[in-house]
Ligand binder design. Structure first.
Ligand code: GLA
Length: 391
C-alpha cells in the first residue's frame, strides 16, 4: 500500500510535470467503505462506514496567468475542468468536473472565493466501484479551497456542502454518509453516524487480529442513477403510508400492521430499511465489544436483505458473498456483504488478519472461475478523514 506521504509526493511530481513548477498546497480526502447500514442514510437511520487508505489528492498553486479561473487537470489525462470564478458557477462539461464545480459554487455562496488556481488531481479511489470516489473528490476540493482561503468551515457544514454539490450539480440524490466519513474519518475508528441528528461517534477498531477486506467485482452496472432514486422514492412512499416522518421511526410491527396498504415491492423496501437500521446499531455494539462473529452475522444478514428485499445487489456481488460463506468462519471469514449503492462495485468482508493472504487467493480464484472476471482485492485499516499535507 502506498502511504499517503508517498502519494502526496507522486502528486507533487505530477503537478511539476503538468505545470512546470512545484505546487504550493497539497490536500487529500479518502474514499470510504461502509461496514454496515446500507441505503438507510436517506431514511434518517444509522450508518457505520470508515475512511479507507485510498485518496483523492490535489496539488495546487496560484494560476500562472493571474486569471480568476480554477483549472483542474487529472493525472489520468481525461479532459481538464475550467471553472471561471468571476461568474456564477453552473454544471457543464466534462461531466466529472461537476463534483468540484458544485463544491466551488457552495463556497462562493458562503463568500469564500479562493481566486485563480492551477490544480492537479491524482486519485487512487477506484471510479464507480462504490467506494465514494466522488465524495473524495468533493471533499478534496473543499479542503483545498479552505486551505487556500485560510478559513476552515465547520465539518458538518463542509460535508453538507459537498453532499449538496453531488445532489445539485451531479444530479445524484445521495444521502450524507460518504461526505461525512470522508471529512470526519479517524485512523483505527469506524464512524457511527446518526443521519437524523448528524451526531457522530467514533467507534474504535484497533484490534489488529481482524481486517476489513474490500473485494471489487469490477462490474459497473448502468442502472445506478435511476435505481438509486427509485429506492429513495419507495422509502418515502412507505414512510408516508405508515404515517411517520422517515422509516427511522417505523418498527417491524408497524410495517406488518400496514402490510395490506403497501405494494409488495414497497413493503420489502421498507422491511430492508427498518431491519438494516436495527442491524447497524447492533453491529456498532459488536465492534465496541470486539464481538466479531456477531458483527459478521449481521453483515451476512444485511447482504441477504439488500439482495432479496432491496434488490440492489447483482450476480457478481452475490457470488463473492457465496464464496465468502463457503470459506466460512473456519477459513477466517466472519461476514461479508455488498457495500455502497450496489448494482455492482465492491463487497466488504470482515476477516482474520493472519489469513488475509490465503483468503485473498481463494476469493480471487473462485470468483474468476465463476464469473470469468478478475476481482481487485485489498485490505484497508480505518483511515483519517481529509488532511492538509502542505498548507
Ligand atoms: C451511495 C450514496 C450514499 C448512500 C449509499 C447507500 O453511496 O452516496 O449516500 O445512500 O449509496 O448506503
Amino acid at each position: 500500500m502506498t502511504s499517503l506521504q508517498q502519494l502526496a509526493a507522486d502528486t507533487a511530481q505530477k503537478f511539476v510535470q503538468s505545470y512546470g513548477r512545484p505546487p504550493r498546497w497539497i490536500v487529500a480526502a479518502p474514499g470510504r467503505v461502509n461496514v454496515i447500514g446500507e441505503h438507510v442514510d436517506y431514511n434518517d437511520g444509522y450508518v457505520l462506514p470508515m475512511a479507507i487508505e485510498h485518496y483523492a489528492v490535489m496539488a495546487a498553486d496560484r494560476s500562472a496567468d493571474g486569471k480568476t479561473v480554477m483549472q483542474i487537470r487529472d493525472s489520468s489525462g481525461v479532459a481538464p475542468v475550467l471553472v471561471d470564478l468571476s461568474v456564477p458557477v453552473q454544471p457543464g462539461e466534462p461531466k466529472w468536473g461537476n463534483y468540484p464545480r458544485g463544491v466551488i459554487a457552495g463556497f462562493l455562496e458562503l463568500g469564500l472565493n479562493p481566486g485563480g488556481l492551477d490544480v492537479l488531481l491524482h486519485s487512487t479511489v477506484p471510479m464507480g466501484g462504490g467506494l465514494s470516489s466522488s465524495a473524495a473528490l468533493e471533499v478534496a476540493t473543499a479542503t483545498l479551497i479552505e486551505t487556500v482561503a485560510g478559513k476552515k468551515i465547520d465539518p458538518v457544514t463542509k460535508a453538507l456542502l459537498c453532499q449538496k454539490a453531488e445532489n445539485d450539480f451531479a444530479g445524484v440524490p445521495c444521502g450524507i454518509m460518504d461526505q461525512f466519513v470522508s471529512v470526519m474519518g479517524r485512523q483505527n475508528h469506524l464512524l457511527l453516524l446518526d443521519c437524523r441528528s448528524r451526531k457522530t461517534e467514533l467507534v474504535p477498531m484497533s484490534d489488529a487480529s481482524v481486517s476489513l477486506m474490500i473485494i471489487n467485482t469490477n462490474v459497473k452496472h448502468e442502472l445506478v442513477g435511476g435505481g438509486y432514486a427509485e429506492r429513495r422514492q419507495q422509502c418515502e412512499q412507505a414512510a408516508k403510508i405508515l404515517g411517520v416522518p422517515a422509516l427511522r421511526d417505523a418498527t417491524p410491527e408497524m410495517l406488518e400492521h400496514a402490510k395490506g396498504r403497501l405494494s409488495n415491492v414497497v413493503f420489502r423496501r421498507a422491511r430492508h430499511a427498518i431491519s438494516e437500521i436495527e442491524r447497524t446499531v447492533h453491529a456498532a455494539e459488536g465492534v465496541r465489544a470486539s464481538n466479531w462473529p456477531t458483527v459478521g452475522q449481521l453483515m451476512y444478514a444485511s447482504h441477504a436483505s439488500l439482495r432479496d428485499d432491496y434488490e440492489v445487489s447483482c450476480r457478481e456481488l452475490d457470488t463473492v458473498v457465496e464464496i465468502a460463506e463457503d470459506i466460512g468462519y473456519k477459513g477466517g471469514i466472519y461476514g461479508c456483504r455488498m457495500t455502497g449503492g450496489g448494482f455492482g462495485g465492491c463487497a466488504v468482508a470482515l476477516v482474520k488478519t493472519e489469513l488475509v493472504p490465503a483468503i485473498t487467493e481463494k476469493i480471487a480464484a473462485e470468483y474468476k472461475k465463476k464469473t470469468k472476471i478478475t476481482a481487485t482485492i485489498f485490505v484497508s485499516r480505518p483511515a483519517a478523514g481529509a488532511t492538509v499535507i502542505k498548507g
